[in-house]
Ligand binder design. Sequence first.
Ligand code: G4P
Length: 283
Amino acid sequence: MNYQWYPGHMTKAMRMMQENIQWIDLIIELVDARVPLSSRNPDIDTLGKGKSRIILLNKADLADEAANQAWMDFYRRKGFHVLEVNARSGQGVGKMNGLVQEACRDKIERNKKRGIVNRPMRAMVVGIPNVGKSTFINSFAGKACTKTGNKPGVTKGKQWIRLNKNLELLDTPGVLWPKFEDPRTGMLLAFIGSINDDILISEELAVDFLRSVSGRYGSLIQQRYGIGSLENPATVLEEIALRKCLVRKGGEPDINRASQLLMEDYRSGKLGRITLEWPGEDQ
Ligand code: G4P
């Protein structure tokens, strides 16, 4: 199946980021912990040259803990400041202030030397659609935040959320679109639900998913649905349908509904914590 999909409004989002980057000290980039490579757009490295950088492995609750650790090491080795978070529950978000201070240390020192002491660092949250940017901003900013109003020079309508005396956050997150240079990227993003399901064929998606995860995480699928061999994905879907009483008139297994159920169970975490790509793996 061809998973490539380009929405039309992405250049506008990139323009918003380009216009605002000059005001930013720190980029807080969210990636999906289940696909920490495919869910990032490397163009941000060009856009964010010279800025302090944080990478958040968001939705860490849905990803394999060992993989989270491996990816944090991977990005740290590349010079990023890294944290695993669950923006929905707020887990990990408490460590943000410390991490921001660490990431911005050089800039704060430079400011001090120039006599600038009380200027808060300014951050922008960026990431691909659905990665959890709004949830994170709400969680991080909490209820205590106050909008500071438009600042001169900043694109009209943009506002800064004052988090504390040290940090202000641009209230509009930067939306990036992932790069589809590798056909596998689109497929992995479809698995996590970041590509509109309406344009995908459920059964083909589920078959590709089973092929991708059966090796490492087969036991999770077997346990959840009480099935044996995973060798033939089409048979697996039939078995899921029968086990879950998803049948058509006449008793035929409803493969389409079984496929949708499998993907829903994966995306909601019911299937277990499954990471789809690991550092160093042939992507
Ligand atoms: P965006 O601004 O980057 O587009 O993403 P948004 O915050 O809207 O989050 C997309 C979905 O991901 C939301 O679910 C949100 O609750 C969920 N989410 C965000 N962070 C986490 C996380 O760390 N763990 C988990 N498990 N889920 C997370 P939704 O179903 O679209 O909305 P809702 O029902 O939660 O409101």
